[in-house]
Design a protein around this ligand. Structure first.
Ligand code: TMP
Ligand code: ASP
Length: 242
């Protein structure tokens, strides 16, 4: 199969269907724009399993994504889309770069979910950009930005509730969107502990990539725990349906 693209944590392959690609999750992980590199065995499979369960839940809640089906142990078939070069970040609780920028402590509950756009360009370190900048430099028009905000906030509502049922606080997350050949905008890329901040409600422990960024250790244990709780959620749901 032809490799179309290799990123820091995934590879994208062509398939026999031009509308469909195969997304393979790698065991590697990076932080700070790949200045820090690591990996652990089984990470690709964990993130593939987590992402597919989240896409499945989102679909049930009416949010369409590029996800089609899982393939093998660490890949999934997805609809081929053209990625809009914006990283869309939603924040419920102050943490990370915005806490640093504002000079405030992490953990403050924000008065409303913040939606922020970052220009997806590794060479520039994915800088924060304003709506006007995105429009002026033709990254997206105003209507698209509005659509991305509405979709990102809807995803936030669904995920916040879902994680709460798993005893996890959804602090913030990053999503990417893509356009199909028909022009529809779909949730794309992945939603995994690599691109979310997840704090255990009881213990406050971090269950996401901050364990790697901040050298907290036990990253595999916590990624497993996120998957375990997601799978339990599946069981509760199907039990209730019976
Ligand atoms: P930040 O606080 O570093 O701006 O990150 C906000 C959220 O977005 C956090 O959950 C991690 C995620 N994120 C990515 O997935 N990729 C990135 O390149 C960055 C900077 C953040
Ligand atoms: N995802 C980015 C990287 O791979 C930044 C980060 O997550 O800290 O470097």
């Amino acid at each position: 199969m032809n490799l179309l693209y290799e990123g820091k944590a995934k590879k994208i392959f062509e398939t026999e269907n031009p509308q469909v690609v195969l997304m393979e999750f790698k065991d590697s992980l990076t932080a700070f724009n790949a200045q820090k590199k690591g990996s652990f065995t089984g990470k690709g499979k964990l993130n593939r399993d987590i992402a597919s369960l989240i896409f499945f839940r989102l679909k049930e809640a009416g949010v369409e994504s590029h996800f089609i089906e899982n393939v093998g142990s660490n890949s999934m078939k997805t609809k081929k889309v053209e990625i809009i070069p914006l990283e869309v970040v939603v924040r419920n609780i102050l943490a990370g770069s915005t806490a640093k920028k504002m000079g405030r402590d992490e953990g403050e509950v924000l008065p409303f979910p913040l939606v922020e756009f970052y220009f997806k360009k590794d060479e520039l370190n994915d800088p924060f950009i304003s709506d006007d900048q995105a429009i002026a430099f033709e990254i997206a028009d105003r209507k698209t930005l509005e659509e991305l905000k509405v979709k990102a906030l809807k995803i936030n509502e669904v995920l916040k509730k879902m994680f709460e049922l798993m005893n996890i606080k959804l602090v913030d997350f990053k999503v990417e969107f893509g356009r199909t050949t028909k022009g529809d905008i779909l949730l794309a890329d992945e939603i995994t502990p690599d691109c979310c901040r997840l704090w255990d409600i009881n213990t406050g422990e971090k269950m996401d990539k901050d364990r790697f960024r901040r050298d907290l250790g036990d990253i595999d244990k916590f990624y497993h725990e996120v998957l375990n709780r997601l799978q339990k959620l599946q069981m509760i749901k199907s039990d209730q349906l019976r």
